[in-house]
Write a protein that binds this ligand. Structure first.
Ligand SMILES: [Mn+2]
Length: 304
């Protein structure tokens, strides 16, 4: 309980010079880093309760050493919970476990760990995967494991999360831009615009290339989002949420899908490959792969 309470406090205590307050005085939806920001940003896509992949990323390439030394920031794109693999959509223990790890990271390094709100970071009944209401199941599991107060506090945690990052070298959001983009003021006050809140956490790429509906975005919306924020035309936009499995499951990063430019969809749920992104010193980001053998090797050694 204390871990979660501290995490809510830490998320709400992000420096207001980085995270402007909304009009009601509550920390807003936008975190914007100054142009002088020098740290490496390690961007992690949807984990969907894949604890192994999270640990692999944290161990890869001295990630945690850099975070401890204030040389790197971990940026989670949301949706760390709810295993999305067929046959496991009922399983909620891994969701509780992965949030324990992330909440611990937020508390240990509040200035170096950011978690953006995803559509799965919710107890909402409309969250359903293969007909299974994962939001409700997660709530039930938490209720059983941790009690009523913990569930209420987790809702506070969801409500405290920022949704959008502006950095000199990139933009990041869980699902994608809102149709036609949003201004800074709208991003800061996004919790007052239910429709925008929904779009930033649920929007999908328009795959048919027809006129997009209000639930879809395309290359022009990415361009409008960049323009409204005064960003360079080619600034990369990192999102999770829209895996393109139909193009294969050899990898879980999709760059410039469906006619978009400087657009990266990032997922971290595969058992075979675990991509993540590093941004350091320029918009020329690096795609890295965490070593998924690491844990298996340790396991063997531990059992010797
Ligand atoms: Mn999502």
């Amino acid at each position: 309980m204390k871990v979660l309470r501290d995490a809510v406090h830490n998320v709400l205590s992000i420096d207001p010079s980085l995270r402007p307050l909304a009009s009601d005085g509550v920390p807003g939806g936008l975190v914007e880093f100054p142009r002088t920001e020098k740290r490496e940003f390690i961007i992690i896509g949807d984990l969907h309760a894949n604890v192994k992949n999270l640990n692999a990323i944290l161990k890869d390439d001295d990630t945690m050493v850099k975070v401890k030394q204030d040389k790197a920031v971990l940026l989670f794109l949301g949706d760390a919970v709810h295993n999305d693999k067929t046959g496991f959509t009922y399983a909620m223990d891994s969701s509780i476990e992965i949030m324990d790890i992330i909440l611990g990271l937020i508390n240990e390094f509040p200035g170096n760990v950011l978690y953006l709100l995803g559509n799965h970071d919710s107890f909402a009944p409309e969250l359903s995967k293969l007909g299974i209401q994962q939001g409700l199941l997660y709530r039930e599991a938490l209720l059983k494991a941790r009690g009523k107060q913990y569930v209420a506090l987790m809702q506070e945690f969801f409500d405290a999360l920022p949704l959008f990052i502006i950095h000199r070298y990139f933009l990041a959001v869980h699902a994608g831009p809102a149709r036609g983009g949003l201004t800074r003021n709208e991003l800061v006050n996004v919790r007052h615009f239910e429709n925008y809140l929904w779009q930033l956490t649920w929007n999908r790429l328009n795959e048919t290339r027809s006129t997009p509906s209000m639930k879809e975005y395309g290359p022009e919306d990415l361009d409008e989002a960049r323009r409204l924020l005064g960003c360079p035309k080619n600034i990369p936009v990192f999102v999770g949420h829209n895996p393109m499995w139909k193009w294969g499951d050899e990898d879980s990063i999709w760059i410039d899908a469906l006619g978009c430019h400087d657009h990266v969809i990032l997922y971290a749920t595969l058992d075979t490959k675990c991509p993540y992104v590093s941004v350091h010193g320029s918009s020329a980001y690096t795609v890295k792969y965490a070593d998924l053998e690491l844990k298996a090797r340790h396991f063997v050694l531990d059992n010797d």
